[in-house]
Design a protein around this ligand. Structure first.
Ligand code: C2O
Ligand code: CU
Ligand code: CU
Length: 490
């Protein structure tokens, strides 16, 4: 098992977030610790065989209890549990139908879905379907509280393209802790387009979810949610990275193409994913679905709550070769190539058609300004108030939202920090970042958008679902502190 040194962790977060508190305490020279443990494939394989590394856990697919066509019924139980992240060291966790994380809920576009959620915690929770386009009453935000011992039945029709979404709790001031303790699961939508593409799609075999989260494990292996001032400022970041709940696991892969669905399920950490050998990969989907065209890359940045589907080709490797997935060079998990040949997949040049929303259709431009720090974080000068609706949006209106992260005053002096903006019940298209066309992998549907210090991002959306929805920073400690607001669509 690998422990991440505090130094390495600091230099990593420094690179990505240029965090204000971090900058003030870390001499720049420490960044030389970055990138030290690149992998020599030959040796790692032998080491791996000797050590007792964990195979990558694959979350189960949740059973559909309905036998009717085009109708799906699912049961989720939110429960308290225990788990050993480190062998022999037990910690309290939370999980959906299990001890940590949750099963994958898989539905089809057009399907009528009902989900029964039973809350077996001794506190309130909610289950929010992040990225799903449904009415406010089914969204699972802070208004849809499920009391301890009670159940919530929700019902909706899927009306959006194939995508990798996720679900997690959303109680007011409680999201950070409950997600951190283990409440998060994936929600897949399939459609005719995703079914027809010649891409890997065997769940858990060549189409594998990777939920990446960082934890602060204490010496007894416990994950406590105790926030210090630094955590309130930057969000809670831990030194140990989990993939699907395991520390530095490995996955055997065939010598061919694999599809990975990455979710940054961390409270606050931003990752820059790359492979140990700088291997190229192809991004095929962003938060809300397939991209129009595959995008070749060697690095992928995901901020909290963002997802990406990527295709990695292992066909050039021979048996026993090991490729590591890293965060800026620090290993997160290993892929061990086995001999199995598999079917050939040809990633088409055109994945899906995305109808561009015409900016001239916009009837309103709203501004959202990230401000303040620590306990003062807010949007547009206001902190979350359940009794206040911040924005009224007309049903079916198309609007441009302009999200900015100015570095003025104290924030400017400290260098500012990046905030991932998310809104419920809608998928956006990015128009521009600081007036410039967004990078190719951000030209599909997005529901979470990282806004760097000094940046203004313009997005456009049509609001097709009614009810009360949240918009917020997806650094969960910021959200819980009040960097959140409400919009009502009617
Ligand atoms: Cu991922 Cu308001 O949620
Ligand atoms: Cu959401
Ligand atoms: Cu934030």
């Amino acid at each position: 098992m690998k422990k991440y040194s505090r130094r390495k962790f600091i230099s990593n977060s420094l690179k990505v977030t240029a965090g204000l508190a971090v900058v003030s305490i870390v001499p720049i020279g420490l960044t030389k610790f970055f990138n030290q443990d690149r992998v020599d494939p030959g040796n790692v394989w032998k080491e791996l065989m000797k050590s007792d590394q964990t195979p990558l856990p694959i979350p189960p697919l949740l059973e559909n209890k309905s036998s009717m066509p085009n109708v799906a019924e699912f049961h989720l139980t939110v429960q308290m549990s225990k788990k050993e992240f480190i062998k022999g060291k037990e910690t309290n966790t939370l999980g959906y139908n299990g001890d940590y994380l949750g099963p994958v809920i898989r539905v089809k576009n057009g399907e009528e879905v009902s989900i029964k959620v039973k809350n077996n915690l001794n506190e309130e929770t909610t289950v929010h379907w992040h990225g799903l386009q449904v009415n406010g009453e089914n969204d699972g935000g802070p208004h849809n509280l499920i009391k301890s011992g009670e159940s919530w039945n929700t019902r909706f029709t899927i009306n959006q393209p194939a995508a990798t979404l996720w679900y997690h709790p959303h109680g007011l001031h409680k999201t950070g802790e409950q997600v951190y303790k283990g409440l998060a699961g994936l929600f897949y939508i399939d459609d005719e387009v995703s079914d027809s593409l010649n891409i890997p799609k065997d769940y858990g075999v060549n189409d594998v979810p990777l939920v990446i989260q960082d934890k602060r494990l204490d010496s007894s292996g416990k994950i406590e949610y105790n926030l210090g001032m630094h955590d309130v400022m930057m969000g809670l970041q831990g030194e140990t990275i989990l993939v699907n709940g395991a520390i530095n696991p490995y996955l055997e892969v065939p010598s061919g193409k694999m599809r990975f669905r990455l979710l940054n399920g961390s409270n606050a950490r931003i990752y820059e994913f790359l492979f140990s050998n700088n291997q190229k990969f192809i991004q095929i989907a962003s938060d809300g679905g397939l991209l129009e065209k595959p995008v070749e890359m060697t690095k992928l940045v995901l901020s909290p709550a963002e997802r990406a589907e990527i295709i990695v080709d292992f066909s050039e490797y021979k048996k026993g070769d090991v490729v590591e997935l890293t965060n800026q060079g620090t290993g997160l998990m290993k892929f061990v190539v086995n001999e199995e040949k598999q079917k050939t997949y040809n990633i088409p040049d055109r994945l899906a058609q995305i109808e561009r929303i015409d900016p001239s259709k916009s009837v309103n431009t709203r501004k959202f300004v990230f401000q303040g720090m620590g306990p003062m974080v807010n949007i547009n000068g206001r902190q979350m108030d359940m009794d206040r609706i911040d924005e009224e949006v007309n049903l079916n209106a198309t609007e441009i939202w302009e999200i900015s992260n100015p570095t003025t005053g104290m924030m400017g002096m400290m260098g500012g920090m990046a905030h991932p903006f998310h809104a419920h019940g809608v998928q956006f298209q990015l128009l521009d970042r600081n007036g410039v066309q967004p990078p190719k992998n951000e030209r599909g549907w997005k529901d979470t958008i990282l806004v760097q210090p000094g940046e203004t991002v313009r997005v456009i959306a049509t609001f097709k679902y009614q009810g009360i929805f949240m918009y917020h920073c997806h650094i969960l400690e910021h959200e819980d502190t009040g960097m959140m607001g409400q919009f009502r669509v009617k």
